[in-house]
Design a protein around this ligand. Structure first.
Ligand SMILES: Cc1ncc(COP(=O)(O)O)c(C=O)c1O
Length: 442
């Protein structure tokens, strides 16, 4: 394949790209120059069907008018307002709109600029909450193997993806991990929630016994683990985690950076699974991925615990220059309007079984060892090439891009999460495209 960017004036070397095989990329660059609804346009004018909503974030599809217009207007009206000790109306309006769609009990919102920052924020709220409640010995944080909670130090400490952790020293101390729930030998090719593995939640009880509840502040999990390759919680698993946390006074944090804003066919996964966490971490779909922004939802109980002391004093020493940035808030409001007008936060529920059937039709393709799906999420796990893990899936990713389909791979797993506006015809097209790629990749 020729280097199609020879004609561009850019030197690609200066930009050290994130989570990218930089040397491979710069030999064979892949660039998007435009996007509309379900499609990207590449620099060489090809249409690429978006099977991943960008990076799990463009839930309403690309370049949606209410969002672009809201940003344009806001940029001309109030570009920035200091985030500390001052405000602007849209930050408050947005928080109320978010509470309206959040699970019952979530009553306050802290703003951030990304999923990673939302995670750090939630972990810090958890530690500080116990401190203000007079239980300052609760300093331990419990995550899970294979968990992904962004790339900052708190997030990689509670996270459980080895390559994201191993280069970065000792990380946060006082962190432990529950086992992951992936049981392919029992659950392979399950549609929806797997039958086996709910009892793995009782490992949390063992960890609590080991450290003593009085030392544990919070447990953080993705209700559906995404970046590790789509691990769907087994039947009863999240409920059991909730029970154990409640019993021991431990806060339960759901990291809904990918499951938030309609991915499962409910606004949040907490509603899908009918499990109430104490905090919900979000970003991505909050602004449709258009402007960096995150939001952490907390209960009234957590918020109110901080509202003590003299009124002129700051209650929680945390925040970002861009917390509740006016343009980000405008983008989020335009996004929520789009979700509301097109019923996108529940559209996944209507499409889920069609999506699941389409995905599982790939079962007999070469090297497929598992297929998993929930809401509008799917994963196709491939057998690794002996001695060359990740290569088979990466090669499928490159072939798919060349054929006009954007898929995402992690390890040897293809993860799919299309915009929630996808039509049944586009589901068929995406799945047929992937079928051809898997056959060509054999
Ligand atoms: C569950 C989860 N948490 C946190 C993050 C980090 O978000 P960001 O990349 O916006 O920092 C991600 C990103 O994919 C995620 O999937």
């Amino acid at each position: 394949m020729s280097n199609r960017l020879n004609a561009t004036p850019n030197d690609l070397s200066a930009f050290w790209m994130p989570f990218t095989a930089n040397r491979q990329y710069k030999k064979e660059p892949r660039m998007f120059v435009k996007a509309k609804d379900m499609h990207y346009t590449t620099h060489d004018g090809r249409q690429v069907l978006d099977g991943t909503a960008g990076l799990w974030c463009v839930n309403a599809g690309h370049c949606r008018p209410l969002i672009t217009e809201a940003i344009r207007e806001q940029a001309g009206e109030l570009d920035y307002a200091p985030a500390f000790q001052l405000g602007h109306p849209k930050a408050f309006e947005l928080a109320n709109r978010l509470i309206d769609i959040a699970p019952d009990g979530m009553e306050h919102v802290l703003y951030t600029n990304s999923g990673s920052e939302s995670v750090e924020t939630a972990l810090k709220v958890a530690l500080a909450y116990h401190k203000v409640k007079g239980q300052g010995s609760r300093t331990r944080l419990i995550g899970r193997e294979r968990g992904y909670h962004g790339v900052n130090f708190g997030g990689i400490s509670v996270g459980g993806i080895v390559s994201n952790r191993k280069m970065f020293g000792t990380l946060l101390t006082g962190v432990d991990h529950m086992p992951h729930t992936h049981l392919p030998e029992k659950n392979a090719f399950t549609k929806g929630v797997p039958e086996h593995g709910g009892d793995i939640a009782s490992e949390l009880e063992r960890i609590v016994t080991l450290h003593d509840a009085s030392t544990i502040a919070a447990v953080i999990v993705e209700p559906v683990a995404g970046s590790t390759g789509v691990l769907i919680p087994p039947k009863g698993y999240l409920q059991k985690l909730r029970e154990i946390c409640t019993k021991h006074g431990i806060l339960l944090i759901f990291d809904e950076v990918i499951t938030g804003y309609g991915r499962l066919g409910t606004p949040f996964a907490a509603q899908y699974f009918d499990v109430k966490p104490d905090m919900i971490v979000t970003a991505k779909g909050l602004t449709n991925g258009v402007i960096p922004m995150g939001a952490v939802f907390v209960t009234a109980e957590i918020h109110d615990a901080f509202m003590n002391g003299p009124e002129h004093m700051i209650e929680f020493f945390h925040g970002y220059t861009y917390s509740g940035n006016p343009i980000a808030c405008a983008a989020a409001l335009g996004t929520l309007d789009t979700y509301r007008d097109e019923s996108l936060l529940t559209r996944g529920a209507e499409l889920a079984s069609y999506w699941g059937d389409a995905l599982h039709s790939l079962r007999d393709c070469p090297h497929v060892i598992d297929i998993r799906n929930i809401g509008l999420i799917g994963a196709i796990e491939l057998a690794p090439i002996a001695g060359e893990p990740t290569k088979r899936a990466f090669s499928a990713f490159l072939k798919a891009y060349e054929s006009g389909y954007l898929i995402r791979t992690t390890g040897d797993i293809i993860a799919l999460s299309p915009p929630l506006i996808i039509s049944k015809a586009e589901i068929d097209e995406l799945i047929d495209g992937i079928r051809k790629v898997l056959i060509a990749n054999a």
